[in-house]
Design a protein around this ligand. Structure first.
Ligand code: 26Q
Length: 813
């Protein structure tokens, strides 16, 4: 059932009249956006219903992906693309005198995540739906998304992001599917008539968890999955227990704000409440649904898989045990067997300060019954190790120690699978961070290198590159991104290589216009666009980039004729509001930008653009315009990274350390098509273990470093008195934790190679082409296929049109 432009226009106009009593010419962008969204929903809602029903009818095993963050960005274009409507609607809008791009920009980003982890969860949702895998998202419907970032005098200021004020057109509230979550109070075990122990709850508070579902549209396959986000409300019959404004606010607060910290686990009581809230709501609704479809909970693991995205939902282990023991009366042994078979866990960091641990007394206040269960898990775990003669590994692996709960330990003991997110990261987990667990349970460990939504980052973000690629290798890559590799055999095709350069240039022109319009700053699309976009973190080393910029500036001031290829440095980064050091780096970058951008004597050889409020929709503008991708974290610190993949896919060349997925990118494109520099894993570990690094020596003995660091504190850069000093001290007096000074010289060497190579556009563009050709290996479709096969053991559903060729599997009107 194909739809035509005429049909679409008719339907669109009808809706606009029904909803607003307006003609196209009189409607605002918002009204047009809402109307289009309504038409789009009418195109997939019936399929959504059928997909859901088919899971139960076919008794499919289903996956529930628990993540405290999801970061989908805007959904209009990706829904249109996945429905097979994108080109058609674009054309129809042109006929109506409308610009789809403009109207799509009205949609506020769904920014319910901080960065990589949340974006990965959303990429996985898209890929699961596109592979017709029965995967459900489970998370929190934050009333306020990640803060909006503004710069005031170069300082980051955080503003509330009330994204729901404009109404979220994609969600459906399902109050009939609400569940009750119990908080606080006391619990004791009472012997029942049959001699079994039953928990008795007293003085607990009941909060209603109301689900809001969003359809996740699969790519041209008539399959729609569900992302379920929970909202907290006071149950009608409990009004009496929430008499004060304060007590009512505490309930609202549960789903009010996303914690804007993406590393430093602050141990906030509220965060623990959020974690229990979405874990309990999700687990309860899974079991309730399971019982409607299946007979015995002893078969649970045949039909249900629960994925724990980082440790934030690790309480899933204990909550499922609670439900199976207390509500369903399973024996401990039966319940535990099912739990371990059901659960799987992904680790996203090796940084100690980001590994969650919570004081027992805090969880006691959240849900005392979980404390009992976790202590019992701990007690039995100790017995098990003793029986195996491995008690020496107990202290480092047990879930409860010194009255703290170690969430990673709980997740690992309670799961049959533990994975890292890139080869190096998984190796480090096995050899270092989780070594003792690896000794105990080697079969649980596996790697799943991250991936990205290739369709969003090419077809939506970079339509001109998409067209160029389609012309050469066709469109099969839209389904299987590895097909992009066919481009590699065209490196000698001069016309293609030139076209890659022209497309990039046009994208740079477009981004330059955006910068001019939003920041009033003029940048030349002829310059190298050098991009570092990611959260601001010491280990990601935006500072290394900044020090080089300062050096270039000083060199140019000394010698204006210096032969450097003009460069525009582009940063996008938010810092956690409590992360003082990261905010100081933002301030310094902004002041250096101000200094450089207003200095005419530099002859436009240097510009620095720090975009405000980096987010998914802005990434879609920046990444297609990038020439250089900065992936310069200290080796061993970046678990994987995903901006590295998006940028290579869009034909940027990478300057990288051998860290995270950069290593796998290098292995794919080959050493000649990437700029590698810096300390390697072994050297970093050796420095760390043997305290062999003395950063002050680099300041003392390297005149270039000396001069750059002095500029931070001698007034050469105005307005950074405190921040410049803070950064100087971190590098010289606090021994430079992330080896910035150690890697500086080699970084300069790599960047000088970039400078030279860019002068030969043909050679440069060839390397871009090779990067694009190899980026298909980082598609989240393939990552998800591996999760489905190795960890979840789920298979695609055969949709109603299972026999229809994929091209005809568009969504009906
Ligand atoms: C934990 C406790 C309390 C408050 C906040 C948090 C918290 C929140 C978010 C801790 C960590 C995060 C996010 C981490 C994250 O985004 N990690 C990144 O995950 C990506 C996907 O696997 C990787 O590519 C990145 O390398 C990794 O840094």
């Amino acid at each position: 059932m194909k739809i035509t432009t005429e049909q679409f226009i008719k339907e669109f106009k009808r809706r606009l009249t029904d909803e607003y009593a307006l003609d196209v010419k009189d409607a605002t962008k918002e009204e047009l956006y809402r109307t289009l969204a309504a038409v789009v929903k009418s195109g997939y809602f019936d399929i959504w219903r059928k997909s859901k029903n088919s899971f139960d009818q076919d008794q499919k095993k289903q996956v529930y992906y628990f993540s405290i963050e999801f970061l989908p960005g805007q959904l209009l274009k990706s829904n249109l693309l996945n429905m097979g409507w994108y080109t058609l609607v674009k054309k129809a809008f042109q006929e109506l005198g409308l610009d789809l791009d403009e109207i799509a920009q009205v949609e506020p980003d769904m920014a319910l995540g901080n960065g990589g982890l949340g974006r990965l969860a959303s990429a996985f949702m898209d890929s699961s739906a596109s592979l017709a895998l029965p995967v459900n998202g489970n998370g929190i419907r934050y009333k306020y998304g990640l803060f909006k970032q503004k710069f005031v005098d170069g300082y980051q200021v955080e503003l509330a992001n009330a994204w729901l004020d404009q109404n979220n057109v994609w969600e459906v509230a399902r109050p009939s599917k609400a569940v009750k979550v119990h908080f606080g109070g006391q619990v004791y075990l009472k012997e029942g008539a049959d001699g079994t122990l039953e928990p008795v709850y007293e003085n607990d508070k009941v909060i209603l968890a109301v689900p809001y579902d969003t359809g996740i549209v699969g790519y041209k396959n008539r399959h729609v999955n569900t992302m379920r986000l929970w909202d907290a409300q006071i149950p009608a019959e409990e009004e009496i227990n929430f008499p004060t404004i304060e007590s009512r606010r505490r309930v609202e607060d549960l789903t009010s704000v996303l914690y804007p910290d993406d590393s430093n686990e602050a141990g906030k009581f509220f965060r623990l409440n959020q974690e229990y809230f979405f874990v309990s709501a999700g687990m309860q609704s899974i079991i309730r649904h399971y019982k409607q479809v299946h007979l015995s909970l002893l078969d649970l693991s045949q039909y249900v898989s629960v994925h724990i995205n980082d440790t934030h939902p690790a309480m899933c282990v204990a909550e499922l045990m609670r439900i199976l023991l207390d509500d369903e009366k399973l024996s401990w042994e039966d319940a535990w067997k099912q739990t371990v078979q059901v659960m799987s866990y992904t680790n996203h960091t090796i940084m100690a300060e980001a590994l969650e641990k919570w004081p027992l007394y805090m969880l006691e206040k959240v849900q005392p019954r979980l404390v009992q269960i976790i202590q019992e898990i701990d007690r039995r775990y100790a017995l098990e190790l003793e029986a195996k003669g491995q008690s020496q590994l107990l202290a480092s692996t047990r879930p409860v120690k010194d009255n703290m709960i170690y969430m990673a330990n709980l997740a690992i003991i309670g799961s049959h699978s533990v994975n890292g997110v890139a080869k190096l990261h998984t190796e480090l987990l096995k050899q270092d961070v989780l070594k003792d667990f690896y000794t105990l349970y080697p079969e649980r460990f596996n790697n799943k290198t991250n991936g990205i939504t290739v369709r969003r980052w090419l077809e939506i973000a970079n339509p001109s590159l998409t067209k160029t690629i389609d012309r050469v290798i066709g469109t099969k890559w839209h389904y299987d991104a590895k097909e992009l590799h066919k481009l590699a055999s065209h490196v000698s095709d001069k016309r293609l290589v030139d076209a890659i350069g022209q497309v990039k240039y046009q994208n740079k022109v477009r981004f330059a216009k955006y910068v001019k319009a939003t920041m009033g700053l003029e940048i030349s699309p002829k310059a190298i666009f050098d991009v570092q976009v990611k959260r601001l973190h010491a280990y990601k080393r935006q500072l290394l980039n900044l020090l080089r910029i300062i050096q270039l500036y000083l060199n140019l001031k000394q010698n204006p004729a210096l032969d450097i290829y003009p460069r525009v440095f582009i940063f996008g980064a938010k810092a956690a509001p409590s992360y003082h050091y990261a905010k100081s780096i933002i301030k310094c970058i902004n002041e250096v930008a101000d200094l450089i951008n207003h200095d005419d004597s530099l002859n436009d050889k240097l510009k620095v653009v720090f975009v405000e409020d980096y987010r998914v929709s802005l990434a879609e503008k920046i990444i297609p315009a990038a020439d250089v991708s900065e992936q310069i974290s200290t080796a061993t610190k970046e678990a994987s990274g995903t901006s590295n993949m998006k940028l290579m896919l869009n034909g940027a060349l990478t300057v990288a350390t051998l860290d995270g997925a950069n290593i796998e990118i290098k292995d794919r494109v080959g050493e000649d098509n990437i700029f590698i520099f810096g300390l390697q894993k072994e050297e970093v570990l050796d420095y760390e273990q043997n305290h062999g690094y003395h950063s002050a020596d680099y300041y003392q003995n390297d005149p270039a470093i000396h001069r750059v660091l002095d500029a931070l504190v001698d007034g050469s850069i105005p307005h950074i008195q405190a921040e410049g000093r803070e950064i100087f001290d971190s590098l010289v007096r606090a021994n430079d934790e992330y080896f910035v000074l150690r890697d500086f010289e080699d970084y300069l060497r790599a960047q000088n190679e970039v400078d030279q190579l860019y002068r030969n556009q043909t050679q440069w563009n060839k390397k871009c082409l090779i990067n694009i050709a190899n980026a298909g290996y980082f598609s989240s479709d393939d990552t998800i296929r591996n999760y489905a096969e190795d960890i979840w053991q789920v298979t695609p559903t055969v949709s109603e049109n299972g026999k229809v060729s994929a091209e005809d599997a568009r969504y009906p009107l």
